[in-house]
Design a binder for this molecule. Sequence first.
Ligand code: F6P
Length: 360
Amino acid sequence: MSKKRIGVLTSGGDCPGLNAVLRGIYCASEEMGWEVLGFRDGFEGMLPEGGDTMPLTRENTAGIMQVGGTILGTTNKGHFTSKIGGGDKAMIPEEVIGKASKTCRDLNLSAVIAIGGDGSMSTALQLYRAGFPMIGVPKTIDNDLEATAMTFGFDSAVACVTDALDRLHTTAASHKRAIIVQVMGRHAGWIALWGGIAGAADVILIPEIPFSLEKVAEVVQRRDASGFKSTMIVVAEGARTRHGQQFRRQSSSGEWRLGGVGEMLAKEVEARSGKETRVCVLGHLQRGGDPTTLDRILGTRFGVKAVQLAKEERFGTMVSYQNYEVLDVPIADAVHRLKRVPPSSQLVETARAVGISFGD
Ligand code: F6P
């Protein structure tokens, strides 16, 4: 009898912890005598005749848990894109579904585990509804996926922001400057909020709480007057002004990406407060490097749980972290909207209680 075989892919923006999930999947499958085939570059790997695959083995999964990125490669664009920007949906073309379906049949896959964020889970859901045996694993530094308390990758990104703020505080204090630190997170402020609190920011600006430039400048001036000569401002890339303005840039490939809010703030805060201001855009540093302990453990638990779901043939479900347990939810519950920071949540209140301004 031939061995049972499952497929796995990593899709969307990479993040620390992807390799921990792949290793978890390989180890749990090996225990059951199953084979694991990895698709290269996300869902795209399903398109070439016979699939663009690489088997996961003891050798190629050894020592990868602590390494960032993904050994399978990934893409956040391509033929399967089913969500564009903050929620606009697009259907995967029938022809693309047909090719992917033939690949899964040819490879005799009993399950396909898709590791990805909001867009990738939408793709997985469409494929599940088209008859694919899909299981989802929630990944993103943005932590903006519904139906799970946390995605892996988030903790590592927050650790990066915290470390950056620790470093920037000393130079800001020496030069008596304001420093704006622009962080990722798309339309959610989780990275800015967690990183800002852990890194002792004075101001945190998030998409969920529109800010006023005057208020931000006032904080800088007030701190100056009370003897604190430097100010640390964390701004999420998707933060909006009170007038609803969000900042975007066109990439070289013509796509629109969030960006530019930090530069605008630096100019405006300096003009309004008279304080010398610098900007630091952390960018993809937040997606690189080694996963934290939490992300290694979460990734391993997610990988093992995904294999259990494959064994139980619980297709159309996504692994989910709730109250310290790894459970499962329908993928559909994770993609109907983004999980954003509730403006009156306890964490926002905690930040306010320690004197952090949200510029509102
Ligand atoms: O979703 C993860 C993320 O890092 C966002 O925080 C950011 O807006 C986006 O991806 C950047 O994408 P790219 O790698 O295409 O520049």
